[in-house]
Design a protein around this ligand. Structure first.
Ligand SMILES: Cc1cc2nc3c(=O)[nH]c(=O)nc-3n(C[C@H](O)[C@H](O)[C@H](O)COP(=O)(O)OP(=O)(O)OC[C@H]3O[C@@H](n4cnc5c(N)ncnc54)[C@H](O)[C@@H]3O)c2cc1C
Length: 509
């Protein structure tokens, strides 16, 4: 993508407001979309001038694709939770809702007790809500099943219901793993909760905030009743929905990465200046706002406001000289790294018994592979005759083995794991290896309060907001919502400051 010319410095206070968005991932793109005005009023004279800085040659951040076996395939997010409204709404605003497609297959498996086993029906995120399907799935051994069944028993539950200290007030947050282990036993935590919930963040439920990631679990744990019964109502509500309800998951027919292209087209049409290959090196304060210095040889440029939509460790670097406490809170958010290998295999390489969208491998299995998705079963528009498309993932928080393997060794080890776990055979006809270093922010217990403090610190700096996967959810819809909310905060703060300036000017005349 060609780099737009970035306008030279303007006199602070004069003319249109000018806002910089730093980071051209989905969060920054959504922020720029919000800043550049409502879609039905693109020529709004009050709309600020917006410049989007992205250090990579292309927009999209984690929204990325590769051509594998002649198909354009997402190598970052391949779909999104359509029940969250933010991305579905954005697709409508962009006029691409007709490009949305639902999954073909449903259900998944987990590698447990030496083979793949279908996940039990009635899971709430990754927590069983019914004993019968849990028992029939064979995911737990006999001791694990008895331990989980204790949750349903009246005797002894009050003692298990409270979190330590037993007679003190319940804590505002707790690790998901601690709640599940205490109430349902270690096997449920390791074989279901960790692969399913931990997998969303490529992290471990043992150090993952229940309040931020699964608030319903915290609520059910506090209620004092059975955890499994307490989590039943959302599962039952989903089952009662009419078949015409929108699919839980969706993707774009051209791939999630095409979202960045659709957004870039609309932003350009609205006059947003897009500067790719343009890393923001530093931020300086001036009398009325910020001066942004890039590594692209442009002169530093004045902006009235900033949306910082980069990973938390990079946001920390950018604000360090302006708010040391905010910088250290940002840098306390840890990240995990993953690698994904997208492969095309001959149809015959796949065992006939494989069903659903793929399978998960618990950390306790000790394998390199963490998950495998049958991409062309999940998204039927990717299906081609005589070949199959799949994606294997490696890496989670605390497991960096994949980073010391070169591409060949990574692929060989993953293939060996796939052979052992699923019976897959043969070599890929084509493949793409994608490395995602420091990609998934880890939401530790206390995350919500940490984010509140970061946002309060950001509000102490003039017209600045941070947004992205590190704060209010890692999924693409959450990032869209966060980017737009950050844009509104910055605009609101700028407009009220301008209102005060005008009122003072009129009063002094
Ligand atoms: C392998 C993988 C699979 C995933 N699967 C799903 C899924 O199926 N569904 C789902 O909803 N979510 C999924 N996610 C999560 C989701 O994709 C991300 O959380 C989300 O895309 C993050 O968007 P972002 O804009 O906040 O950050 P990023 O995409 O990281 O964007 C930040 C941008 O800032 C740029 N940048 C950094 N520093 C600077 C600087 N100094 N100057 C200028 N630019 C800078 C970066 O180059 C980058 O483009 C997945 C993520 C990965 C990695």
């Amino acid at each position: 993508m060609a780099r737009d010319h970035i306008p030279g410095s303007i006199e602070p206070g004069g003319g249109r407001l000018r806002v910089a968005v730093i980071g051209g991932g989905i969060t920054g793109l959504a922020a720029a979309f919000e800043l550049s005005g409502p879609p039905d009023d693109p020529g709004d004279p009050d709309a600020p001038e917006v410049v989007l800085f992205e250090e990579a040659p292309a927009l999209g951040g984690k929204l990325r694709s590769a051509v594998v076996g002649g198909r354009v395939v997402d190598t970052g997010p391949d779909g999104f939770l359509a029940r969250r409204p933010e991305l579905s709404r954005l697709c409508r605003e962009l006029g691409v809702e007709r490009r949305l497609v639902g999954p073909g297959a449903t259900g998944a498996a987990v590698y447990s007790r030496g083979r793949l086993r279908s996940l039990p029906a009635g899971l709430a995120l990754g927590i069983p809500t019914r004993l019968g399907p849990l028992a029939r799935s064979g995911v737990l051994g006999p001791a694990g099943l008895i331990r989980a069944a204790l949750d349903m028993a009246e005797i002894g539950r009050p003692a298990l219901a409270h979190v330590a200290p037993p007679d003190g007030p319940p804590p505002e947050d707790e690790a998901i793993g601690a709640i599940v282990t205490r109430r349902l036993g270690r096997q449920v935590a390791e074989r279901l909760a960790d692969p399913l919930i931990g997998g969303i963040h490529a992290g471990s439920v043992d150090d993952m905030s229940a309040a931020a990631v699964f608030p319903a679990l915290l609520g059910a744990a506090r209620s004092g009743g059975s955890l499994m019964r307490g989590l039943r109502s959302p599962v039952a509500a989903a089952r009662r929905e009419p078949p015409s309800s929108p699919a839980v998951f969706a993707t774009l027919r051209d791939g999630m990465a095409s979202l960045a292209e659709h957004l870039a087209g609309v932003l350009t049409a609205r006059g947003v200046k897009i500067a790719t290959d343009c890393r923001v090196e530093s931020l300086e304060r001036d009398r009325s706002g910020w001066v942004v210095a890039t590594g692209a040889g442009e002169n530093p440029v004045h902006f009235d406001g900033l949306v910082i939509a980069v990973p938390a460790w990079e946001a920390s670097r950018l604000v360090r000289s302006h708010h040391a406490a905010m910088a250290s809170m940002l840098s306390s958010i840890e990240y995990s790294s993953v690698a994904v290998v997208t492969m095309v295999l001959d149809d015959d390489a796949m065992p006939r018994s494989l069903r659903g969208t793929g399978f998960l491998v618990p950390a306790s299995a000790g394998r390199l592979v963490t998950a495998c998705t049958w991409l062309d079963a999940k998204w039927p528009h990717l299906r081609r005759s005589r070949t199959r498309l799949l994606r294997a993932s490696a890496g989670r928080y605390g497991d960096l083995r994949h980073t010391s393997l070169d591409d060949r060794a990574l692929v060989d080890t993953l293939l060996e794991d796939l052979r052992t776990t699923s019976g897959l055979s043969g070599r890929p006809l084509d493949l793409a290896v994608t490395r995602w270093p420091d990609a998934f922010p880890q939401y530790r217990p206390g995350h919500i309060s940490l984010v509140e403090q970061i946002e309060a610190a950001a509000a102490e700096l003039p017209h600045l907001a941070v947004a992205g996967a590190a704060y209010h959810g890692v999924g693409v819809p959450a990032c869209v919502g966060d980017g737009r909310a950050a844009a509104r905060r910055v605009l609101g703060s700028l407009r009220s400051a301008r209102g005060v300036d005008q009122a003072l000017g009129e009063a002094s005349r």
